[in-house]
Write a protein that binds this ligand. Structure first.
Ligand code: ZN
Length: 106
């Protein structure tokens, strides 16, 4: 899940204790991990997060912008079939998609 780029202090962030040994600093909005330590005091003082791009974000982005695979193919310089193939839910999102989604949420 993507969200707008947000900075949280350690106090605003979510700290999860795992197995009674490690503490994880997590984004309160999307749960992305931003560090781990043996003690909460050793965690970073803040985190900056925009989430992790998902295929659902890609579908929302295309719908919101009114873009078809042909439009995207023209922008990126590949074929519509290649857009469909590279953005298939079974595959991790290509870097050019992540870049478009990052710009979308900024
Ligand atoms: Zn986040």
């Amino acid at each position: 899940m993507l969200h707008t780029l947000t900075e949280y202090t350690k106090e605003e962030a979510y700290i999860e204790r795992v197995n009674g040994v490690l503490y994880f600093l997590k984004c309160p909005q999307c749960g992305t991990e931003h560090g781990s330590a043996m003690s909460p005091d050793l965690l970073p003082d803040s985190l900056t997060c925009f989430g992790s791009p998902t295929h659902e974000d890609w579908v929302k982005y295309k719908k919101e912008r009114g873009l078809t695979n042909l439009d995207i193919a023209t922008i990126v310089g590949i074929t519509p079939e290649s857009v469909k193939n590279q953005t298939a839910p079974s595959k991790s999102l290509p870097k050019w998609v992540v870049t478009m989604l990052y710009e979308w949420k900024m």
